[in-house]
Design a binder for this molecule. Structure first.
Ligand code: NAP
Length: 246
């Protein structure tokens, strides 16, 4: 499996899963545009790591929940690297609370980044990517978008929305040989899950048949598979990567 000659745009890629995905795709031969909302120092160190693998890379700062910024990100990425044939909609946030205590702001901000952000980026790249006649859009959802989770009505709704978006767009653009798939990670060791207490982590582990949390590499490998031509007959799917949890 290789991605030689391919060019990828990955949102939220200065740390966590996005960073692991960026490095993995670069190792397989792709040039990478990474995006993030703020973390310039960390983002530039990811760019350097990718360049040390012999690939081209650049960082473009943008808030993907803002349509104009997302469009500018895509326009600038295309101006710099010419074309994009892999898009990984990875940026995401949580603002967990029981619905009784959840503010409207916490509901809106999660939907705006996790779901509207996927629309903003994908809508902005759509016309140019259709011209490639061979591209892969990969949306990072979550198992809680399938199973639900107490304290995450906002997050679960956003991730379920990403699945519906993925399946619908896959049907719209399959004729142009552009594939759209989602990945639903389970509990993966990143900053997002580091916020959880040890007790909660232990109780999650006991409900995971494979007996461990996932690693960023588990997700990056799945993205690499969906990004590569090896998966050329797969579109409109949700690949659950959760150690058998759901
Ligand atoms: P993370 O470590 O919190 O990283 C999220 C990244 O998204 C950060 O780089 C963050 O930038 C960026 N970001 C946040 N808001 C943004 C915005 N408005 N515009 C552009 N970038 C933005 O999260 P993660 O654990 O790697 O998760 C990555 C994706 O996987 C998310 O969609 C998440 O929902 C999903 N997921 C994660 C898990 C898990 O167990 N970790 C499980 C299921 C699904 P800053 O660094 O500037 O904050």
């Amino acid at each position: 499996m290789n991605l030689i000659g391919k060019k990828a745009l990955i949102t939220g890629a200065s740390r966590g899963l996005g960073k692991a995905i960026a490095i993995k795709l670069a190792e397989l031969g792709a040039d990478i545009v990474i995006n993030d909302i703020g973390n310039e120092e960390e983002a530039e160190s990811v760019v350097k790591e990718i360049e040390s693998l012999g690939r081209n890379s650049l960082f473009i700062k943008a808030d993907i929940s803002d349509f104009e910024q997302a469009k500018e990100l895509v326009d600038n990425a295309l101006k710099e690297i010419g074309s994009i044939d892999i898009v990984v909609n990875n940026a995401g946030i949580t603002r967990d609370n029981l619905l009784l205590r959840m503010s409207e702001e916490d509901f809106d901000s999660v939907i705006d980044v996790n779901l509207k952000g996927v629309f903003n980026i994908t809508k902005s790249i759509l016309r140019p990517i259709l011209k490639t006649r061979n591209a892969s859009i990969i949306n990072i959802s979550s198992i809680v978008g399938i199973s639900g989770n107490a304290g995450q009505t906002n997050y679960s709704a956003s991730k379920a929305g990403v699945i519906g978006f993925t399946k619908s767009l896959a049907k719209e653009i399959a004729k142009k040989n552009i594939r759209v798939n989602a990945i639903a990670p389970g509990f993966i060791e990143t900053d997002m899950t580091e916020k959880l207490s040890d007790d909660i982590i232990e109780s999650y582990k006991s409900s995971i048949p494979l007996g461990r949390l996932g690693t960023a590499d588990d997700i990056a490998n799945t993205v690499a598979f969906l990004a590569s031509d090896i998966s050329s007959y797969i579109t409109g799917q949700v690949i659950v990567v959760d150690g058998g949890m759901i």
